[in-house]
Write a protein that binds this ligand. Structure first.
Ligand code: 8YV
Length: 315
């Protein structure tokens, strides 16, 4: 039997490519000089897309592929997949929830500690000889015992709150409704009110049209000159222009960001700011988790082509 044809939207690790090549004829869109011509050339055979969270699949790509049956996202976020276009044609969509939750929460906590304690600057202080030449490194801000807000108590948000409680922090959360599994944690419906009571505000929401810029100019102002914003979700959840203004004029103390509008090209204003810690969208970027994500993508594709229930369907 011939192997089904799949379209790969962006690079996967070598260990996944080897496995995919065994079962499928893989067409790498990201290596094509002319994407439109490449899609046209393979349109009659492609039955699946394997993509990544930040790359998704646009309506244009979906419509260019008349034989498309399934889109497997290597990532939990499927906001970049045009779900309406998929629904119109009965195209299935899968993602990789659960397997990456703990790593994403870990990176959020790591960024909070790193930025609050000034660890990047402190390392520079040692390596550039400042420790010898100038003496003690400037004092930074405490983390343990302070207050934290978590915007979005989904899988990642919940794991963040578990870790924050380990630092004896006063933790509250905001979501569209109170969550039964919150275990009595303080619920604050209004994100502005949540920011007002928080020293650290974590953004852990699944992105959608409804959450676009939910971290607004008002939320940022409420977090204030001593506050820190930590985003491990999607850039679209934050009004990035308002964030940059606030970081530049001191209305917001600091930020730790794993995601950016237009990434990997980020607004150059971020690069000259001392009060922002930037990371290259790698919250799920450990070998263990990426292997589990790749396996789940393959398991979903295999289930689809075997005509059995998809392990982790979105639609
Ligand atoms: C990326 C992510 O998919 O899970 C998500 O939604 O954005 C990430 O895990 C990952 O960087 C691979 O591209």
């Amino acid at each position: 039997m011939s192997k089904p044809d799949i379209l790969l939207m962006g690079p996967y690790p070598e260990w996944d490519l080897v496995e995919l090549d065994e079962r499928y004829t893989v067409h790498k869109l990201y290596e094509a000089q002319d994407r439109d011509a490449f899609l046209k050339q393979h349109a009659a055979s492609i039955r699946a897309i394997a993509t990544r969270g930040e790359l998704g699949a646009s309506r244009a790509v979906i419509e260019a592929l008349p034989k498309l049956e399934v889109i497997a996202v290597y990532g939990v976020g499927y906001d970049a997949v045009d779900l309406a276009a998929c629904q119109e044609r009965g195209i299935r969509v899968t993602n990789t929830p659960d397997v990456l939750t703990n790593d994403v929460a870990d990176l959020g906590i790591g960024m909070m500690l790193c930025q609050s304690r000034g660890m990047i600057g402190a390392e520079r202080w040692v390596k550039d000889g400042s420790w010898t030449a100038k003496g003690l490194y400037p004092l930074k801000r405490q983390v343990w015992g302070r207050s934290a807000g978590v915007l979005g108590l989904g899988r990642v948000g919940f794991e963040v709150t578990k870790r924050l409680r380990g630092f004896d922090m006063d933790v509250a959360y905001s979501d569209v409704a109170e969550k039964p599994y919150a275990g009595g944690m303080t619920y604050v419906a209004d994100p502005v009110k949540l920011a007002e009571r928080s020293d650290f505000l974590f953004v852990t929401l699944a992105a959608s049209a409804a959450t676009r810029h939910i971290v607004s100019k008002q939320v940022i102002a409420a977090l204030g000159p001593e506050g820190m914003l930590i985003n491990i979700s999607r850039a679209s959840n934050v009004d990035e222009a308002a964030l940059l203004d606030a970081l530049e004029n001191g209305a917001l103390g600091s930020a730790a960001l794993d995601v950016f509008d237009g990434e990997p090209q980020l607004n150059p204003r971020f690069l000259s700011l001392e009060n922002v810690l930037v990371q290259p969208h790698h919250a799920s970027g450990t070998i263990e988790t990426r292997k589990a994500m790749g396996k789940l993508v393959r398991d979903n594709l295999a289930a689809h082509f075997a005509g059995i229930a998809l392990p982790t369907p979105v639609i």
